[in-house]
Design a protein around this ligand. Structure first.
Ligand SMILES: O=C(O)CCC(=O)C(=O)O
Length: 260
């Protein structure tokens, strides 16, 4: 299974330009024979202009139609990063996952809002995991700051996810945290992690890039630098079984002790 991660410099507040950029990136990833293309966080607006509420999608209509059409046109599964999205008047940071036939197979609203960036003052938090299947494989997605919450990712692993997608708008100067947290989530959950950051400038933020595809042993299979690019990697899911049986953390964990 070949995965492509699109690291783009999202245009701050220029929604139409950003749909165009996403379309071109999906086409390029499909041309590179990716089975799954992954976009970054808030790729319709960037993270996040003052008028993000006015710029946001409505009930995911434009995004779902766009992703569904692109998936069919380019014959590729798409983990649609996330977009600013209004639902019943409230603003969410929402992911849509579509399969090659254009069907929406996963939806997610960011659960841990980034309080240092006052995201919680503007957006409403979601409450549910996003577990979905592509080509018969269970996968999960979270968004950016969510990756700091190991207990949330563990839930996805316990639900059977073999690949975790982490679309993000992760800024400098915390590239080190970004790399270590994503590798730690891969190692502790013995799952592939596809961490897709933005790059470029948006308002006060300079996004640090460094998108990565990481195997369940924590090895970085493919890594971007700080510029716009698409990274790809073939992921061999059959390695998971061997790793999980050689160090069987799922058998050895002691959940009965994990409370105060
Ligand atoms: O946790 C961090 O350092 C960055 C998180 C972030 O930028 C976000 O969730 O949008």
């Amino acid at each position: 299974m070949k995965i492509a991660a699109v690291q783009a410099a999202i245009r701050y507040g220029d929604v139409d330009a950003n749909y165009h950029i996403a379309d071109q990136a999906i086409e390029a990833a499909a041309a590179a024979e990716a089975d799954i293309v992954v976009l970054s966080e808030l790729w319709n607006t960037s993270f996040y202009p003052l008028n993000v509420y006015d710029l946001a999608d409505e009930e995911g209509k434009r995004t779902k139609a766009f992703l569904s059409d692109a998936a069919k046109r380019y014959h590729v599964h798409i983990v649609g990063g996330s977009v600013a999205n209004k639902k019943q008047g409230k603003l969410y940071n929402s992911t849509f996952v579509v399969d090659k036939t254009g069907e929406v197979v996963g939806e997610y609203d960011k659960v841990h809002l980034f309080t240092p960036g006052k995201e919680d003052m503007v957006f409403t938090a979601g409450n549910h995991l996003n577990i979905f299947e592509l080509d018969g494989v269970k996968m999960a997605s979270i968004i950016c700051y969510d990756v700091r919450f190991g207990e949330w990712v563990r839930m996805a692993a316990l639900a059977g996810a073999q690949i975790l997608f982490v679309p993000a708008a992760w800024p400098n100067p915390r590239l080190g945290h970004w790399q270590i947290l994503n590798q730690a989530r891969a190692i502790e959950n013995q799952m592939f992690v596809v961490a897709v950051n933005s790059c470029g400038q948006a308002g006060e933020y300079q996004f640090c890039g460094g998108s990565m595809i990481i195997d369940p042993w924590g090895k970085v299979l493919s890594q971007a630098d700080g510029r716009e690019q698409i990274i790809t990697s073939d992921v061999d899911l059959s390695v998971i079984k061997g790793i999980r049986s050689s160090i069987n953390v799922f058998r050895d964990r002691r959940p009965e002790l994990y409370h105060l």
